[in-house]
Design a protein around this ligand. Structure first.
Ligand code: GLA
Length: 730
């Protein structure tokens, strides 16, 4: 399926509150914030079937297992056992849902769906009974089109027959996907009109069985996230279902979490959520190994804030204690499950960050400060921005992860590492005698990275947002290896409520290794709050991109392998690679000169099976020379181009766009390239294969200024583009 996301955000620009300085330097407000004045609205229409008054929670196998060999009966019985033994059921994780691949490709002669008996030898009724015996509920998957997305029998034309079948098995939840849409049955109707017809019919079929079944409608995921079909579907989905996937399939990596989060914040989407009907941001990837612990916490926090279903999709027996505490944090689960049913929305955004607010039953507000960016930053918002009364009365901030409770006079802030969130439950009219809310910030003079060897000011501040002095503050820098600072510790005067105190250090960074490197400098501020010790910390992410001395020292990928040992090679992300033997036969042996389009290149002189190319990562490489072109040998395993920046010895730069054809399977002259090395086979993980098809390496170039001398080259920042050699051509 193809899904695109076109996210547009429109927010009114309003001024950001700046803390008063009380004679000390002012805090840096969060740069160029935009805030939305519109509070989230809630879809208060009743649940069409009376079910799912809070977002469903539980397990779905797809993200963690797809149709692999573990996707069988045992996965679901074990998962049910683990949900109970880990106590997750007590927190609301009640559904055990089977996704695609439980059924066969064809129906039986009576038109009934046939269970894949190899995966599910005891059948679905047995499995449903097992899950019910654990006090849990049983979910199943089908597709409203001709086939499921994996090509098994779809439900179109059989909605009632299938619904009766599910009911007879004791099914409690149906996810109805929408691959292979039956558009040809409805000439002249739009995609959303057809979706409405089939989903309404399927929904009615479920009601007709008399068995309560939650209904998950996937239709909008196929028209995400703008345009008349998407907008139209949102107007009827809640009348026939309890939740709907609105966007991309989640996958096990940070960009996917960010993408689904962004799609979930499509303007106008949140207002369709409310008790009985939810926007589904897809499964959690927690436990699947592609996210850091910080990112796992962030997915849990954001999904709860967005009132998304919380469906785990991993081997629960392998969750680490830290991961288990993320998914079983009752206070975060309570935000997701809040009975008011509002979906949290973005109320403020700025460079690399968002602030989300979700009103809760009883008048509390859940506020998430989210650092989307790759460098640490302190994010600050105000009571008014998150929809709380701005009357100066104290607020209680409960950090739902650390459990710390503080009192604030209004400002709400947190120092956040990259990709991190802080989630506060904010209770208006709190006791001001709670510990003071105070947040640290650390920054360089202009936000620019420190130049190695050159002392430069680094400013650390503490904003006291509470009601009592931050007493005897001491600021300490924790320096990365090789860094120095003068001094490393500074004592400040007491910081009065509503003020910010600042300490400035002269910090000298050491020379980082070549490549893109993030070095973290941490500041700790120890202070006393009415005598009791307290601390605040903040990180500075110093990002440098130091040129490699030559292309070979930047090699970060093995694209060429030996036919007798293809294992180290991975050109395309699937373990396929060029054959060293086939390349040598075509003139590209290690260290050989390869001539193409008048340019002479040195082919990587790497031992076979060791790094031999740069997979685009935006690094800089020293490449002296004069000429009219910068020429490359490369290939790509996607279909992309990216920018190359040439820096001349006088400090000026020019940009060019570099693309290579796909190594095997596209026009060999795409992007203006020409084939340079033509081999007749490649290696797969199990050895040489695909004889008869060409696997090429291509020549391409970008123009450069012949009047200047090249100093360095910034390579493309797209991992699909691989560069084997580079030269300045006359
Ligand atoms: C689609 C859905 C996924 C999963 C697969 C199964 O891609 O979006 O969530 O159900 O189909 O084939």
């Amino acid at each position: 399926m193809s899904r695109t996301s076109h996210i547009r955000r429109l927010f009114a620009v309003v001024a950001t509150a700046v803390l008063t300085a009380g004679g000390l330097a002012a805090a840096t407000p969060s740069a160029t914030a935009t805030t939305s004045a519109i509070p989230p609205s809630i879809n208060t229409a009743p649940s069409y079937n009376g079910l799912s008054l809070t977002p469903p929670m539980g397990f779905n196998d797809w993200a963690g297992f797809e149709c692999n060999s573990q996707m069988n009966e045992t996965l679901f019985t074990k998962t049910a056992d683990q949900i109970v033994s880990l106590g997750l059921d007590k927190l609301g994780y009640n559904y055990v849902n089977i996704d695609d691949c439980w059924m066969q490709k064809y129906r039986d002669s009576n038109g009934n769906l046939q269970v894949d008996a190899t995966r599910f030898p005891h059948g679905m009724k047995w499995l449903g009974d097992y899950i019910h015996s654990k006090g849990l509920k049983f979910g199943i998957y089908e597709d409203a089109g001709y086939y499921t997305c994996q090509g098994a029998a779809g439900s179109y034309g059989h909605f009632q027959q299938d619904a009766d079948q599910y009911a007879s098995w004791g099914v409690d939840y149906l996810k109805l996907d929408y691959c292979y849409q039956p558009l040809d049955q409805f000439p002249g109707k739009s995609q959303s009109e057809v979706a409405q017809i089939v989903y309404t019919e399927a929904s009615q079929a479920l009601l007709n069985t008399g068995r309560p079944m939650l209904f998950s409608e996937s239709a909008p995921a196929y028209v995400c996230c703008s345009g008349p079909d998407f907008q139209n579907e949102l107007t009827w989905l809640y009348q026939h279902g309890n939740l709907w996937r609105f966007g991309s399939d989640i996958y096990n990596a940070w960009p996917s979490v960010l993408e689904n989060y962004s799609e979930g914040n499509t303007p106008g989407l949140a207002k369709w959520a409310g008790p009985g009907h939810w926007n589904d941001a897809d499964m959690l990837e927690i436990g699947n190994g592609g996210l850091s612990l910080t990112e796992e916490q962030t997915q849990m926090t954001l999904w709860a804030e967005m009132a998304s279903p919380i469906l785990l999709s991993t081997d629960l027996s392998k969750l680490t204690p830290a991961e288990l505490s993320i998914v079983s944090n009752p206070d975060v689960v309570a935000i997701d499950q809040d009975s008011l049913g509002a979906q949290g929305t973005i109320v403020q955004s700025g460079t690399g960050y968002d602030v989300l607010a979700k009103p809760l039953a009883g008048g509390d507000v859940s506020v998430v400060l989210f650092n989307k960016g790759d460098t640490a930053q302190t994010v600050t918002t105000t009571a008014a921005t998150v929809g709380l009364p701005a009357d100066g009365a104290p607020f209680q901030l409960t950090d739902l992860v650390t459990k710390a409770k503080t009192a604030s006079a209004g400002p709400i802030s947190a120092a956040l590492p990259p990709h991190a969130t802080t989630i506060y439950r904010i209770h208006p009219r709190a006791d001001k005698h709670l510990p003071i809310a105070a947040t640290a910030t650390i920054s360089t003079a202009d936000g620019a990275p420190l130049t190695p060897g050159t002392p430069a000011p680094v400013t650390v501040s503490l904003s006291n947002n509470g009601y009592f002095d931050a007493q005897q503050p001491t600021v300490t820098l924790h320096l990365p290896p090789g860094w120095t600072a003068t001094p490393t510790t500074l004592n400040l005067k007491n910081i009065a409520p509503g003020t910010t105190a600042t300490a400035t250090f002269q910090v000298t960074a050491s020379t980082p290794p070549p490549g893109k490197v993030t070095t973290t400098l941490t500041a700790t501020i120890a202070y006393r709050d009415r005598g009791a010790p307290a601390t605040a910390t903040a990180d500075l992410s110093n990002v440098t991109n130091t040129p490699f001395p030559n292309l070979a020292s930047a090699f970060n990928n093995v694209a060429i392998s030996n036919e007798s040992d293809p294992a180290p090679g991975n050109f395309d992300g699937d373990g396929d690679s060029y054959s060293a033997q086939a390349l040598a036969a075509a003139g590209a042996a290690p260290g050989a000169t390869v001539t193409a389009n008048g340019a002479a290149f040195t082919w990587p002189n790497s031992a076979i099976g060791t790094p031999d190319n740069v997979a685009g990562s935006g690094v800089m490489v020293t490449q002296p020379g004069h000429g009219s072109k910068l020429a490359f040998l490369g290939a790509e395993a996607g279909f992309t181009t990216d920018t190359v920046t040439v820096t001349y010895t006088d400090g000026t730069t020019t940009d060019g766009t570099l693309g290579f054809p796909n190594w095997c399977c596209a026009s060999p002259t795409s992007y203006g390239a020409t084939p340079a090395v033509i081999t007749d086979h490649r290696n797969t993980p199990s050895g040489p294969a695909n004889f008869g098809i060409h696997y090429d390496v291509f020549y391409n170039s970008i123009p450069i200024d012949p009047a200047k001398s090249v100093a360095t080259v910034t390579l493309p920042n797209d991992a699909a583009i691989h560069i084997f050699a580079m030269t300045v051509q006359p």
